[in-house]
Write a protein of this length. Structure first.
Length: 319
């Protein structure tokens, strides 16, 4: 029986991956701290450990060998180093979930190919987002130092049922009050991916040795603009309420964003190697928003309200 380990696996697409591969018949383990989920289906075995604690991780994984590891929650090169120093000789295929943020070029006017990341930012990027993208880039570089079969998957913004960050609700709540909504004028088009499509895509990666030692952009080949994106998720959306400003100006006004919508990524390599299938946003958009409305906790809803107040105060400064 094929044995797999998912680092993370407690929420969102990590949990979807665990369910998918266990239902497929694999012996699936998830490793996390147990903070978000302990009630896994019987076929999924949970290993509770803090990956940042080298000795704790070593003890938890003693004696284990895996056909594949999907690392869904490494954010720094140190986390990569701790894990691979322990497990590098006991895994056949290591798949790292990276991000399109590594390009540090969110507002490019062309699709970015895998060889166009160099760790140098292009244009304005807020400090938090720059730090996230830089650390993911350095994590990719750390992986390449090891003599292992790896695949690095660069994902753009991920949306779908199970997203307890409530990204679509965050947008929808801003439209409901019919007041202005700040958007970056540089983001004409951007790539997205639906979480529900990811398990089959990861399965394709794990089946094919052609993916060994490759970096692959994974995204819906049809990029969105603001109008097509917002109209697909919200009945309250009106284009006239969008207020276009530069990303730098929005930051200077005091409105801090946790993510940008860009960039557009080139997916020709994914098509060549995997030929994945993607669900159109007009199918998953409103469905995902409905899931978020019914499942987001009150703390997250309150967080969205606070962010909206922050945004409106920033807009007031323009008057």
């Amino acid at each position: 029986m094929t044995k797999g380990l998912i680092l993370g696996g407690a929420r969102f697409h990590g949990y979807l991956l665990a369910k998918y591969f266990s239902e497929k018949g694999d012996e699936v383990y998830v490793l996390n701290r147990g903070n978000f989920r302990n009630n896994y289906p019987l076929k999924i075995k949970q290993i509770i450990a803090d990956r940042n604690n080298s000795q704790q991780l070593k003890n938890a994984l003693e004696g284990f060998k895996f056909d594949y590891v999907i690392d869904n929650n490494a954010y720094t090169p140190m986390q990569i180093e701790i894990f691979l120093n322990i497990m590098k000789d006991r895994i056949r295929h290591y798949v790292f979930t990276s991000t399109a943020s590594v390009y540090l070029n969110f507002f490019s006017d062309k699709s970015l190919k895998e060889n166009e990341s160099d760790g140098i930012k292009k244009g304005f990027i807020s400090p938090d987002i720059e730090n996230y993208g830089t650390n993911k880039y350095l994590s990719e570089m750390k992986i390449k130092e090891y003599d292992i079969n790896y695949t690095i998957l660069r994902l753009p913004n991920i949306f779908g049922e199970g997203d307890f960050a409530g990204k679509l609700t965050y947008f929808n709540e801003r439209f409901k009050d019919k007041r202005k909504v700040l958007v970056e004028q540089e983001s004409n088009f951007f790539s997205l991916v639906y979480a529900g499509d990811l398990p089959e895509i990861y399965d394709l990666v794990l089946k094919d040795e052609k993916c060994f030692n490759k970096v692959i952009n994974i995204a819906d080949p049809e990029p969105c603009d603001y109008d097509s994106f917002f109209s697909s998720i919200s009945n309250d959306y009106s284009k006239k309420n969008l207020l276009f400003l530069s990303a730098e100006k929005i930051f200077e006004l005091g409105y801090s964003k946790s993510f940008y919508m860009g960039p557009i990524v080139d997916v020709s390599l994914a098509k060549e190697l995997l030929n994945p299938v993607f669900t159109p946003i007009n199918i998953w958009g409103k469905r995902t928003l409905e899931w978020e409305k019914n499942n987001l906790n009150e703390n997250k809803k309150q967080e969205h309200k606070i962010k909206r107040i922050e945004e409106l105060k920033s807009i007031e400064k323009l008057k």
